[in-house]
Design a protein around this ligand. Structure first.
Ligand code: NAP
Ligand code: MG
Length: 455
C-alpha cells in the first residue's frame, strides 16, 4: 500500500510513499532488537562521534530538509529551517551524553555498590504531523545516545523529512538497523510499537485521545511510555504589562504554524481594566500577520495540514460564534484559514474548551490574580502558557500557580533543547529535552560487589 503525500498549500501530490505493513513493522522491530548488543557495545566516545556526524549531516542538509517540510507540511521556510536546525542541535546536545552517562558509587559495608544507566532496548517513537522534524529528534537523539535502538513512525501525512533523516543517519555511519524510519498508519505501525514485546518503550506525541489508548496498551506489558499530548494554553495579560508588546506578540504566540502547535496560546485572558485597550492593539497585529506562500521569506503563516483538518477547524467558527476580527488568507487551492479572534459567550464554549489546533484564539476578561489563575487552570490540559506583567512577584506567583509544564513571562517561548519540556494533567506524562531526558531512556541497575571473603 502507498500513501500520496500532498502539499497543503497547493493540493498537489508531491510524493508517493510506501506504507509499512504490520508484518514489515515486526521484522523491523526484530532487526532493531538484534542490533542492540553491538550498538550498546560501541565505545562511548565512538557513539558520541557517530551522533556528532549525524548532526553535521543534518546541518549540511538544512536547506533540503527545510524545502521538504515546506512542500510536505506547508511550514514557512523560516520555521522549517529552524526545525531542521533544531534536529542538528538536539543531536549535538545528546552527542555529549554517552561519555557522561555514569552511575553512582554508594557507600556500603563489606563491598562496593555501583549503579549503571542501562539502555532500555528497542524504543518506538511515534510522531504527529505538526512538527515532524523536531519531535522526531527529541525522541531519537537521546534514545540513541543512551544505547537504545530506535524505530520511528512519522505521521502518515508528513513522512518526507523523517525518511530523509533516516538516510542522513546512515550516511553518518549509524547502522541501518540502529535507527529505522517506518512510514505508515498509526493503527498499523504505531500499534505494533505498543503491542510488540520487543519494543521496551513508546515515545508518543499526538492527541490526548490516542495517547490515552497508547498508555492503556502499554500497561498490558508494563511498557515504558512518554506522552506529549494536547494543550489549551492561556496567555495571561495583566493591566500593568507592556500592553503594546503583549498585543504585538500575541498573534505569533498562537498563529505560528497556523495554530497547529500544542503550545499555542489559544486562550488570551486580559485583566478587565485593560481589555478594550488590549483588543484595540491586538486588531492591527492580527491583520498584519502575513499569510501566504510558505516558501516566501516574508510569510509568517501557511495553510492547515489537510482538507480534513480545515473542515475540523472551520467547524469551530460557525454562525453562533462572535468573531471580533480576522486576518487574511489566500484564495484558491490550499487548506487556508485566516487568523481569527473570537469573543466567547460562556466559559464552556467549544472554542474555549477544545484544542482547535488552528489559527483561532479566544479573548476573555478576568478581574484579579485569583480569577486569572482559576480561568487558566479551568482545563484538563496543562502544557504551556504565558504571563505578561511588570510585577516580578506577581509573575512568579502566577507562574507557580498555573498548572502547566512550560511557562514564559513576558515572552511566548516554550522550547529550548537544553531545558525540560512536557505537560501536566492530560497534556502528558514525562519530560523531553534538557539535561534529564536520558533518565527516560535508561533504567537504573544497582550492583553490589563483595570485597570480603564471606558476606
Ligand atoms: P494523533 O492522531 O494522536 O496522531 C499522532 C501519531 O500517532 C500519528 O503518527 C498517528 O499516526 C499515530 N497514531 C494514531 N493512532 C494510533 C494508534 N492507535 N496507535 C499508535 N499510533 C497511532 O495526533 P495528530 O492528529 O497527528 O496531531 C495533533 C495532536 O497532537 C494535537 O492534539 C496536538 O496537541 C498533539 N501534539 C502534542 C505535542 C506535545 O508535545 N505535547 C506536540 C505536537 C502535537 P497516523 O499517521 O495514522 O495519523
Ligand atoms: Mg490523527
Amino acid at each position: 500500500m502507498n500513501t500520496e503525500v500532498v502539499n497543503p498549500a497547493t493540493e498537489q501530490v508531491v510524493a508517493t510513499v510506501p506504507s509499512t505493513s504490520a508484518a514489515d513493522a515486526d521484522a523491523a522491530i526484530e532487526r532493531a532488537h538484534r542490533a542492540l548488543p553491538a550498538w550498546r557495545a560501541v565505545a562511548p566516545g565512538d557513539r558520541a562521534r557517530l551522533l556528532r556526524r549525524f548532526a553535521e549531516a543534518v546541518d549540511s542538509d538544512v536547506d533540503n530538509l527545510a524545502s521538504l517540510e515546506v512542500a510536505n507540511s506547508g511550514h514557512t521556510i523560516g520555521n522549517a529551517r529552524w526545525e531542521a536546525g533544531n534536529v542538528r542541535d538536539v543531536l549535538h546536545y545528546y552527542a555529549a551524553a554517552p561519555e557522561r552517562l555514569f552511575g553512582r558509587q554508594i557507600p556500603v559495608p563489606g563491598g562496593v555498590n555501583v549503579t549503571f544507566a542501562e539502555p532500555l532496548g528497542v524504543v518506538g517513537v511515534i510522531v504527529p504531523w505538526n512538527f515532524p522534524m523536531p519531535i522526531a529528534g527529541w525522541g531519537f537523539a537521546p534514545a540513541l545516545a543512551a544505547g537504545n535502538t530506535v524505530v520511528l513512525k512519522p505521521a502518515e501525512l508528513t513522512p518526507l523529512t523523517a525518511i530523509r533523516l533516516g538516510e542522513l543517519a546512515r550516511e553518518a555511519g549509524i547502522g541501518e538497523d540502529v535507527f529505522q524510519v517506518l512510514p505508515g498508519r498509526g493503527s498499523v505501525v504505531g500499534q505494533r510499537f505498543v503491542d510488540h514485546p520487543l519494543v521496551r518503550k513508546v515515545v508518543f506525541t499526538g492527541s490526548t485521545e490516542v495517547g490515552r489508548g497508547i498508555m492503556a496498551g502499554c500497561a498490558a506489558q508494563v511498557k515504558r511510555v512518554t506522552l506529549e499530548l494536547g494543550g489549551k494554553n492561556a496567555n495571561i495579560v495583566f493591566a500593568d504589562a507592556d500592553l503594546e508588546r503583549a498585543a504585538a506578540t500575541a498573534p505569533y504566540g498562537v498563529f505560528d504554524n497556523a495554530g497547529q502547535d500544542c503550545c499555542a496560546r489559544s486562550r488570551i485572558l486580559v485583566q478587565r481594566s485593560a481589555f478594550d485597550r488590549f483588543l484595540g492593539l491586538l486588531e492591527p497585529a492580527v491583520r498584519g500577520v502575513v499569510v501566504g506562500d510558505p516558501a516566501s521569506e516574508r510569510t509568517e503563516m501557511g495553510p492547515l495540514i489537510s482538507a480534513g483538518h480545515l473542515a475540523s477547524v472551520s467547524s469551530y467558527v460557525d454562525d453562533e460564534v462572535e468573531v471580533a476580527f480576522r486576518g487574511s488568507a489566500p484564495e484558491g487551492p490550499g487548506y487556508w484559514f485566516p487568523p481569527t479572534v473570537v469573543l466567547p459567550r460562556t466559559p464552556t464554549d467549544r472554542t474555549v474548551v477544545d484544542e482547535v489546533f488552528g489559527p483561532v484564539v479566544t479573548v476573555q476578561a478576568f478581574d484579579d490574580e485569583a480569577d486569572a489563575l482559576r480561568m487558566a487552570n479551568d482545563t484538563d490540559y496543562g502544557l504551556s502558557g504565558s504571563i505578561w506583567t511588570r510585577d516580578v512577584g506577581r509573575a512568579l506567583r502566577v507562574a507557580r500557580g498555573v498548572e502547566a509544564g512550560n511557562l514564559s513571562v513576558n515572552s511566548h517561548s516554550s522550547v529550548r533543547y537544553w531545558t525540560p519540556f512536557g505537560g501536566m494533567k492530560q497534556s502528558g506524562l514525562g519530560r523531553e529535552l534538557g539535561p534529564d531526558a536520558l533518565d527516560a531512556f535508561t533504567e537504573t541497575k544497582n550492583v553490589f560487589i563483595a570485597t570480603e571473603g564471606e558476606s
